[in-house]
Design a protein around this ligand. Structure first.
Ligand SMILES: O=C(O)CCC(=O)C(=O)O
Length: 487
């Protein structure tokens, strides 16, 4: 069953217990909340934890007054549902104030101003992923209206948070965040989250194009999947939850998510909590950056922005990327020390997507592994006992099969697969012939026969990158690199 937390219909808020002194009593102490966050490996919704936060009043109207006409960049997307994800590289952008956004959103028709070219019935607008520090600059009093200290992170407030303001249909394509785990406070309107566990990575067809440091995108539009192209997606275990105002969603590390606004205006605030595992993730990200920049720049030196997510400022030179990789490896050793190389770089360390591939160290530690798994089971039971009205687990959707295109492959798709097989056979033969004529002759053939038709080549740069910088591969490369340097 999809989770829809009770007790907070849109716009309304749950009652929080009040103590004798009039103070707000929360269901979890900061210490308990942090313990849950640091050990829970499934998404869950915290209720009744933020009713005394000043930021609960941050509607878009309120923020428009605070921001006093400040220009914000809105990402404009089409409401129509395609099977291809609407990546940020395919969106257009409008600079406008929140007042102008609200006028466009309320009028529901073209109003003169920055949104005039965007028919409200066809487009959504999203001021997404806005760091508070850029929006509010040094307004420390505004930062303090967000109090992540209630979740056990003293001193963490708006300064370490991002803001998301969207219209109906605004969404973020399915991706995972390479660093940290996530706390998301829904302030206004509702958002529907579609989540998938890290172990489902092979079913989500990961890609690093468009390239953005810290995000691995899925090639699938999870609300309208193309099951002919991506049949493995049928195996993905979708978890859905509708997040209501006043609730805080906990997204564990590396859970995939697609997020859509399902009310006319939505406002949410999130903070990514750094984790110990981020040190290794930073090395993996540096390897990814180096390979993506090198191959994509070589492919088309003149159009870097075509593959770069708009959130990335620039494609960096090979020299800069080398420095970045060296810094990441040094930081790994500085922060973790050689002792941690064992636990972080060589062992499974509870990482879901590596469960199937035990490391050399795990093979040697069978006895210890058994007692570890006993402890993990006990821990899981302890955590489950925390679930109740104030901490609602996000469970797998009852109909696991994704919607659209009928689910099972029909005759059309089978036909298409057979056609593809024929294509494959033809091209593999061509490939074998090429190797037999020798590398230099083959290279000559390549340059003379297909000089400018990358779309017709069988293996494109992106196909190659999808394999080379697949997160499972970069994990292994990072481990080998760290292992080599720790000797
Ligand atoms: O709210 C959204 O649209 C996306 C949020 C997100 O991706 C995140 O918080 O990591």
């Amino acid at each position: 069953m999809a989770t829809d937390c009770e007790g907070s219909a849109p716009g309304s808020r749950t009652q929080t217990a009040v103590g004798e002194e009039g103070e707000c009593i929360k269901p979890f102490t900061p210490e308990k909340a942090k313990e849950i966050i640091m050990s829970l490996q499934q998404p869950a919704v915290f209720c009744n934890m933020v009713s005394d936060w000043p930021a609960q009043h941050w509607t878009a109207e309120h923020l428009s007054k605070v921001l006093q006409g400040k220009q914000i960049r809105f990402r404009m997307g089409l409401r129509s549902i395609d099977t291809v994800p609407q990546f940020e590289t395919a969106c257009s952008y409008v600079d406008a104030s929140l007042e102008e956004f609200l006028a466009w959103n309320c009028e529901q028709s073209s109003v003169p101003g920055p949104f005039e070219d965007y028919d409200h019935s066809k487009f959504w607008a999203y001021a997404d992923y806005k760091y508070f520090v850029n929006l509010f600059e040094d307004k420390a009093d505004v930062f303090r209206e967000v109090m992540w200290s209630d979740f056990g992170f003293p001193g963490r407030n708006g300064q370490e948070s991002t803001l998301w303001i969207g219209s109906l249909g605004a969404h973020t394509p399915c991706h995972l965040d390479s660093y940290g785990c996530n706390l998301v406070f829904q302030v206004q309107g509702r958002k529907r989250w579609h989540l998938f566990p890290p172990e489902d990575m092979p079913f989500l067809y990961p890609t690093r194009i468009p390239y953005e440091e810290s995000s691995v995108f899925s090639k699938i539009n999870v609300v309208n999947p193309d099951l002919k192209r991506f049949p493995r997606f049928q195996k993905a275990r979708r978890h859905t939850v509708t997040l209501n105002p006043g609730q805080v969603l906990f997204v564990p590390r590396h859970w995939w998510h697609y997020v859509e606004s399902i009310d006319p205006v939505t406002v949410s605030i999130n903070s990514w909590i750094e984790l110990e595992e981020d040190h290794l993730a930073r090395v993996e990200e540096a390897i990814t950056r180096m390979l993506v920049c090198a191959l994509k720049t070589a492919e088309d030196p003149h159009h870097p922005r075509a593959w770069l997510n708009p959130t990335e400022v620039e494609d960096t030179s090979h020299e800069v990327n080398c420095c970045y990789l060296n810094d990441a490896v040094c930081a790994f050793f500085d922060r973790c020390g050689k002792a941690k190389v064992e636990t972080q770089a060589l062992r499974g360390n509870g990482e879901n997507w590596r469960k199937e591939e035990p490391s050399v160290k795990d093979h040697m530690d069978v006895g210890q592994a058994h007692s570890r798994s006993f402890m993990a089971r006990t821990r899981k039971r302890e955590l489950a006992s925390q679930f109740g009205p104030d901490l609602v687990p996000v469970t797998p959707a009852s109909d696991d099969r994704p919607s659209g295109e009928g689910g099972a492959l029909g005759s059309d798709s089978r036909e298409c697969i057979d056609r593809d097989k024929g294509h494959f056979a033809e091209l593999s033969c061509a490939g074998r012939r090429q190797t037999s004529v020798g590398a230099s002759a083959a290279a000559e053939q390549v340059t003379s026969r297909c000089p400018v038709a990358p779309s017709r080549t069988f293996v494109s740069t992106d196909d190659l990158l999808d394999c080379l910088v697949n997160p499972q591969v970069t994990r292994m490369v990072a481990q080998l690199l760290i292992q080599g340097k720790s000797l």
